[in-house]
Design a protein around this ligand. Sequence first.
Ligand SMILES: Cc1cc2nc3c(=O)[nH]c(=O)nc-3n(C[C@H](O)[C@H](O)[C@H](O)COP(=O)(O)OP(=O)(O)OC[C@H]3O[C@@H](n4cnc5c(N)ncnc54)[C@H](O)[C@@H]3O)c2cc1C
Length: 380
Amino acid sequence: MSSWLIETAVREAARQLVQNECDEWRCLEWDRARQYPKEVFDRIAALGWYGIGIPEEQGGSGGTASDLLVVAEELGRGSTDLVACFSLTASGLRTIVTHGSPEQKARLVPAIMNGDVRLSIAVTEPAAGSDAASLQTSARRTADGYVVNGQKTFCEAAGLPGTLIQLYARTDTSTTKQHGISMLLLDPATPGVTLRRLPTMGRNITGVYEVFLDQVELPAESLVGQENEGWRQLSAELPLERLIISAGFVGATLQVLEDTLRYVKEREQFGRPIGNFQAVAHLLVDLFTRAESTRLLVYRGGELADAGRPYEKEASMAKIASSELYADAARYCMQLHGGYAYIEEHPLTMHYADSVIATVAGGASQIQRNIVARQLGLKP
Ligand SMILES: Cc1cc2nc3c(=O)[nH]c(=O)nc-3n(C[C@H](O)[C@H](O)[C@H](O)COP(=O)(O)OP(=O)(O)OC[C@H]3O[C@@H](n4cnc5c(N)ncnc54)[C@H](O)[C@@H]3O)c2cc1C
């Protein structure tokens, strides 16, 4: 089958899943109830979507990175929180496939693919946000493994069933900050680990958590890849994660714009549909234009990834453009709904709260601009 046909089939399946099981109205209910729809993620696992872009001989589902973006775009029509949760496991699985030991791959790849294990990532700390490489959580080597002490924050989805945390910790304090970091796999049920769910303004389906680590003993086999290579592993994982969440922001934006287009055609004031006022029409045209061009940028990143070419610059550009677009679209579409989308039963309230943080979570817009600037030969 041609890659175009596969992509079309994936899009159709993802669209069906969102329409039937997790559209924005359902997501709004889960968001309000702070409820995780495990059955949706079980379906995602059953459909093999976590393994898209990973060859079948390595335990994946085959297909391309672009196919993965298609799934994320469609899930974004439900909620960008669903996309973030999907992305953590899908991109984390790649790290295990690339850097995991034979034992880790044999144990974890099938368990992640069938939905028994899902992944979270713990990098951020109270004093290490944008400057993530300054993280201080320590993993001290012992005869049997590691003893971990420290605190992580904003660890998304850490409290969900079956979660395994990719924990980034300092294993060498004698070297430059990027070089002394390692990645360890942490079961949150390990003695010495405490989670606290943070009461956030949005993104309430999966939740973000503080993770407190007090004398946590981990076996040596928890290490993924080489000791002190964690930052390099993380840097390799992030561009794809940025593209996946960017695709989700595009899907969410299109959903918001299509909802609003329908509304402005129906809602009449001064004897005509409000969409026929030029000020309203032009605003929507500009947002649709940005959405289509941002979509092309996201898939350009996927195309480069699939061709094995560098795509870090495009991934950061896509993150900037898509997150800022989603935030603008939610804000302006609120305006075009007058008072009606301010009612908490309206999905725009969820999009509005989720879009505010889109320009921060996954790496703030300013930091993405620094990454792009460096790629342009500047030194921000
Ligand atoms: C909903 C949500 C989910 C998240 N999920 C995860 C997760 O799963 N795992 C994880 O590890 N982390 C996660 N994070 C953390 C996220 O990556 C950080 O919040 C983000 O990197 C910013 O760090 P900070 O909040 O400490 O802000 P700060 O780094 O303190 O930044 C504050 C402001 O200063 C600006 N700033 C900082 N440095 C510069 C600079 N050099 N130039 C210009 N401006 C600058 C920033 O852009 C920002 O506007 C999540 C956060 C949220 C809110």
